[in-house]
Write a protein that binds this ligand. Structure first.
Ligand SMILES: Cc1cc2nc3c(=O)[nH]c(=O)nc-3n(C[C@H](O)[C@H](O)[C@H](O)COP(=O)(O)O)c2cc1C
Ligand code: SF4
Ligand code: SF4
Length: 263
């Protein structure tokens, strides 16, 4: 267990701790916008590192805990790693980032877990970013309009902090949480040059480092990071499957959804 040295920051400086799980970068963009609007400086605690061993945070500063929605749930790996953080009453904003379908029980699962870790959850945000499988949905988001919305949410949260309002946010979602569904495991094609980048970046070590063409399908969490980082575009999920997912999501995803604040 390591103690993050910067956990000793002064509250007055509003240091932000980004506890981040962002396989393909959309969640990170949302977290960056929020952190920049909320604080003067920020530190990232990367929950996607396979070597993450947990950390201790004291009360000073504010946490932005950000994860994507996978099938309406928080990714199990992200939740398991968040559980390794000890927060001694630090205030936290939870942000569930989804691909314009729904976040369903993601935010409530994140908020419940954050409270178990000792955070005081002061607000929840459901934010939209490009769908990391069906990229035609929410393409290019978060965009300028999202950034403006998220900044206005941060301003409302700052006011809540300034007023020292103790009102607990009304986070949407159901308990028990919905059942997590099956996912798609990407494969390497003949274009793979065995550079090893995907294996190094996989959040769960599912790709064989000595032979990146081999993936442990039982370990893979279907997060799509390997697809997004491959410089040769050699890692893909079946185009037929992606097409089917795109068609299945068409009705739910085609109309723009706006970001929401729960405070
Ligand atoms: C396995 C998987 C499941 C997903 N499930 C949902 C979902 O239920 N609802 C939704 O709106 N988006 C869903 N998405 C899209 C992601 O939530 C969205 O693209 C998010 O921004 C990805 O975060 P990242 O870019 O930080 O990886 C899913 C993506 C993946 C890879
Ligand atoms: S990143 Fe791409 S090219 Fe490199 S090992 Fe992985 S699949 Fe092969
Ligand atoms: S192998 Fe699976 S878990 Fe690893 S980066 Fe690729 S999709 Fe994510």
């Amino acid at each position: 267990m390591q103690t993050a040295p910067a956990c000793k920051a002064m509250v007055s400086k509003m240091k932000i701790y980004k506890l981040l799980f962002s396989p393909t970068g959309g969640t990170a963009k949302v977290a960056d916008i929020l952190a920049n609007a909320l604080g003067t400086e920020s530190e990232t605690i990367d929950l996607s590192e396979v070597s993450f061993e947990g950390c201790k945070l004291d009360r000073e500063g504010v946490a932005v805990i950000a994860m994507p929605s996978f099938g309406g749930r928080a990714p199990k790996t992200a939740i398991d790693r968040l559980r390794m953080v000890q927060a001694d009453g630090m205030k936290a904003v939870v942000a569930a980032v989804y691909g314009n379908r729904e976040q369903e029980d993601t935010l409530i699962e994140m908020a419940d877990t954050a409270k178990e870790c000792g955070f005081e959850v002061i607000a929840g945000i459901a934010a939209v970013a490009e769908h990391s499988i069906a990229h035609q949905y929410a393409a290019g988001r978060p965009d300028q309009r999202d950034a403006e919305q998220l900044i206005s949410f941060a301003e409302m949260i700052l006011k809540k902090l300034k007023d020292d309002s103790a009102a607990a946010p009304n986070i949407p979602g159901n308990r028990p949480y919905k059942k997590a569904g099956p996912g798609m495991v990407p494969k390497a094609s003949a274009a793979c040059v065995s550079c090893g980048l995907c294996a190094a970046k996989c959040p769960v070590g599912a790709i064989d480092k000595s032979d990146p063409k081999k993936t442990d399908k039982n370990t893979c969490i279907n997060c799509m990071r390997c697809v997004s980082v491959c410089p040769k575009k050699a890692r893909t999920v079946s185009p037929l499957m992606v097409k089917a997912v795109g068609a299945a999501l068409k009705k739910a995803c085609s109309q723009r959804k706006e970001n929401q604040l729960f405070d």
